[in-house]
Design a protein around this ligand. Sequence first.
Ligand code: ADP
Ligand code: MG
Length: 725
Amino acid sequence: MAPEQAGADVDVRFVRGVGDSRGAILNKAGIFTVADLLLRLPFRYEDRQATNPSQPSGLVDGQVAAAEVLVGSVHVRPTRRKGFRLVELSGWSGGVPVRAVWFNQAWLGQRLRPRQRLVLYGKVERAWAGAPPRFVNPKWEEVGGAEPPLSDGGKAPPKSGASRDEARFGRIVPIYERIGRVTPRRLRQSIHWVLRKKKELVGPGHLPREVVRRLRLISWQEALHAVHFPREGARLAEFEAQRSPGHRRLIFEEFFLYSLAFRLFREQVRKERGRGRAFRVDDAMRTLAMRVLPFSLTKSQRKAMGEIAGDLQSERPMRRLLQGDVGSGKTIIAVLAALIVAENGAQIALMAPTSVLAEQHFSSVRRLLEPHGIRTALLTARLRARERRETLAAVESGWAQLVVGTHSVIQKGAAFHDLGLAIVDEQHRFGVGQRGLLVDQGRAADLLVMTATPIPRTLQMAVAGDLDLSEITELPPGRQPVTTRVRRLQDAEEAYRLVRAEAARGRQTFYVCPTIEESDAMPGVGVEARSRELAEGPFRGLRVGLVHGRVPAAPREAVMRDFARGRLDVLVATTVIEVGVDVPNATVIVIEHAERFGLAQLHQLRGRVGRGADPATAILLVGDELGGNARRRLAILEASTDGFRIAEEDLEIRGHGEILGTRQSGRPLFRVGELPRDGDIFRAARIEAKRFFDSPEARGPDGGRILDHVRGAWGEQFGLSGTAG
Ligand code: ADP
Ligand code: MG
């Protein structure tokens, strides 16, 4: 590693104010190096331009302001309201009296002492014109500890310089998100220390010099400085929108490096593609496929199948994403692809995100394929040790042709005799992380990823740019769109009535609750208690079943089977039914506390109904305290059943971080960039990355260093191999 790069890779523990115990907390939040720390940008800035001790008279009634205050006295007083106390402070700012009051924070009485020097920040009031300005519930920070002892001569502190901590006394103060026990203030001090005192730890960044010059970007160091400690007079709105030149520089670099990782990944895949194999597709197979098919395919299913068959026949390993809304019929496509590969004598892995879904896939796939002599096996964590051993042996010997299971069990445990095709049913959990794992699993194997949550087009390049895309754009014939209504929980009677009416016509209902057991945080929402209440109250006389994640497999399957066969009128459940469950006779889904669910998840849940020929209804019951976002989300669902549109809107509301935060790592894909907000920067960075990657410069020493850095930063996510070029 080149010496000038070593800086930013220095362990964050060496930063002043961090050390081992805070270091451990930062590590948990994904901050390991100095660079990681510096990329935790302030999410807000406070303009403390009023912090000028010589002008306390500038404190205007009703405005938010800041002042440096020398504490005179601190009193805690009871108020007329019982048990309620207030803390009163009087002091001086530049020789003029200033007051502050905090309500019900009596502990401040211990923390604040005479002769402390504080910066107060908050709203100012005056009891009457000419009264001393009074801060109400201000934020406060201690500046440079207590006053120097009197023996120092009681000199006024210098106006600027050593004794003042510039980190917190700058006119514009950066505010960081607290990380565990590590306070915003501590972060500010540590970051300030690095930027001011240890520039050599900052490093030069990783953009090619030529790119920086041509695009007239500011330097990495300047950018970090600017975003952490904006200059006086900076336009804060621009900073808070993360659009200042410094922000743009950092975001550009992040996207540039990410795009390079993509290039490396594609290059690696291209190299491996030579090792793929061409499967045969002949008339005997087509005839067999016709016999397996229980219905005729829709137009877009046929098109997708054609594209997949083309990939299978080609020598290049397939890397394909099959997108299709809930209920659009992706499973049958997987089955047909599996059929081709099995007939060619190779094995297939079909991976689902949960055991429940794996079991369901297994039963439908087996029903279709076993009559035609294809040997299937199920592999989940739920198997008993002995069954599992036997199944693994069958996978290893090649006896099992099609293996259905969960991602984790198959990827960690199974050694295939001859894996030809891996199918990943991600449902709404797409993420590049999992794909990295998969590439390892079968280097030469074909890969088909299925998702029911369309990746918003704005994100497609970022997360799926290495995959070819097939889309199922219509639902099978005869489907009725689901009518969606949002109602308050208090008005659940309307939902109950509908459930009873549908039951009277022999139709069925899914009734979803957010959690298994109620808790202090969520009283009255546990599925177990609710199912009892419902069965004894509004649904008395109906046949009510209950499933959730903690019901053991055997009884749970029995309940699911009863429901599928129409022996139950209502199935009360948690989100275990969210994916894959297919009961065309169900015409109603009621979701309690719908505000607690994500949009994609609600769309999935809603997809459980409307699978038969009858019109269906989804009723979303919401609690009283609806945040603005929840309200917007639910309105989208009421208005649309188009998964694509829902995905775009979801992205708009939540930003990519939450959507792409890979669940495994809990970390968002990007640190400083954010899509779709920074789409313009992303596009520019992608173009520059391609130009650089294809240039001779990339193969020189400078380029090699940059690419090494990319491998370090993104290698795991993409499954990049460590060796250069
Ligand atoms: P998803 O894409 O959500 O995985 P499924 O594969 O579970 O959807 O299909 C949903 C339902 O539609 C299933 O009952 C399936 O048998 C049925 N189905 C799929 N394709 C067709 C088709 N072309 N014609 C009629 N029914 C179909
Ligand atoms: Mg499916």
